[in-house]
Design a protein around this ligand. Sequence first.
Ligand SMILES: [Zn+2]
Ligand SMILES: [Zn+2]
Length: 175
Amino acid sequence: MFQLSLFFKSDQRSLKHQFQYQLPDQDYYGDPIIFGEPAEVQAKFFKVQEKIFLDLEVNFSFEMKCARCLELIRQEKSVNKSFQLIAENQQQDLTEQDHEEDVIHYEKDQIDLEGIVHEQVLLEIPIKVVCDENCNGICSQCGNLRDDGNCNCDEAATEEETDPRLAKLKDWYQE
Ligand SMILES: [Zn+2]
Ligand SMILES: [Zn+2]
C-alpha cells in the first residue's frame, strides 16, 4: 500500500514515486506469460484545486508463444494512463469529464499502487501474438514447422482453411 497522508497534508503540488514491480508469471488461456524482468513504474501524483490525480507510466516486457509456431517471443510495451483519486468515504459527483473507469477509490489515505500496475499491465497483454506476419506455423499433417524445411507435405492437401466451396470445385476438376 502506498501512503498518501503526508502528500495530502502538505503544500506540495506533486509527488513523484518511481519503483520496480515484478509480476508473477501467468497462465493465459492455457499458455504461459513470462515476466522476466520487473516492470519499471513512474507514478506522479498531483493536485488540481481540490482534486488529486495520478499519472502512471509503466514500461514492461514479457514473453508469450507465437499463436502459429508456438515459439516464445519477447514483447515490450508501455502504458501511460491518468487517474483521478477519490476517497472511498467521499461522496463526490463525477463531473462530465471524469470517467468512472479512470477513477481510483482509496481508503485511509493509501492506494494499492502495485495492484493498479498489475491490472494495467494485464490489460495490455494481447490475446494473440505472432513472431512474424509471415510465420506459417505448424503443419497440421506432419506436425513440423512449415518454415524450417522439415515439412514436405503437399501445400494444397494441408490447407484446412480452404473455402469449402472452392474445395468442391477442386474435386469437380479432378474427376
Ligand atoms: Zn511463429
Ligand atoms: Zn507437413
